[in-house]
Design a protein around this ligand. Structure first.
Ligand code: PEP
Length: 248
């Protein structure tokens, strides 16, 4: 049985005061709620990792990075090594987010190296894949995602060290989402693809991401093979993020 997983990607948002307040608020809700039907992960910007780790230390809330380098250390100004994230208290790291693929020209081969680096550091990699609007309009979404999954998964990926996030590029931050039917078809295809890449593909969590909000969360999170959500904008407001989680 796969437990639902609700992930907040704060992107390049947040200073110490607001980040601490948001993380503490969510930690308090998790503690107050007791038995919940989901796991929660917060991925703040690197500057807030330490602060957020402290703010959630008493609560069942994990902390993750938003990216890491494919090498463990070295002359890579501005980058962060996976061992540094682990050392700072992270359990997870997002790799291959479309804002990295598009804004920084990252290819799947690099994403694969980043996921492998995450594993070496003992982190769980959240490997993101997503098609552009042009690719979907051209009827190529399935092929593009199949290829991205194949090329982004490192050797040794397992259900214990890897999560997949399907995030159509055109749905991120736009308020648009694919139909539940399209999401179901894509997640099912991804799970089929994982059968050739990982042991126990049925145990791998596959998240949906792209304009998940309180009002559409239930329709997306209750689809077969959707094991949770990677949430951007709505993860910056405790009420909205919590409302999404509560639909699990
Ligand atoms: C994201 O950044 O991964 C994301 C899904 O953003 P949003 O929820 O704002 O669309």
């Amino acid at each position: 049985m796969r437990r639902k997983f609700i992930v907040g990607n704060w992107k390049m948002h947040g200073l110490r005061e607001g980040g601490t307040a948001l993380a503490s608020d969510l930690a308090g809700r998790m503690l107050g709620a007791g038995d919940v039907a989901f796991d929660m992960l917060l991925c703040p910007p690197a500057t807030l990792i330490h602060t957020v780790v402290q703010a959630v230390s008493d609560a069942p809330v994990s902390v993750g990075g938003q990216d890491c380098h494919g090498k463990d250390s070295g002359a890579h100004t501005g980058d962060i090594g996976a061992p540094m994230l682990a050392d700072a208290g992270c359990r997870y790291v997002i790799v291959g987010h479309s804002e990295r693929r598009q804004g920084h020209g990252e290819q799947s081969v690099e994403v694969r190296a980043k996921a492998a680096a995450a594993h070496r550091a003992g982190l769980i990699a959240i490997v993101c894949v997503g098609e552009t609007e042009a690719e979907r309009d051209a009827g190529r979404a399935m092929d593009v995602i199949a290829r991205m999954v194949d090329d982004s998964m490192p050797e040794g990926a397992t259900a214990a060290n890897t999560v997949v996030a399907y995030e159509p590029v055109w749905a991120i931050g736009t308020g648009r989402t694919p139909t539940p039917r399209d999401v179901a078809a894509m997640h099912s295809m991804i799970r089929g693809r994982l059968a050739t890449l990982v042991d126990q593909p049925d145990a791998v969590r596959i998240l949906y991401g792209g304009s998940v909000k309180p009002d559409n969360a239930a329709s997306l999170l209750h689809i077969d093979d959707v094991d949770g959500a990677l949430v951007g904008g709505a993860s910056l407001k405790a009420d909205e993020f919590w409302a999404i989680a509560e639909t699990c």
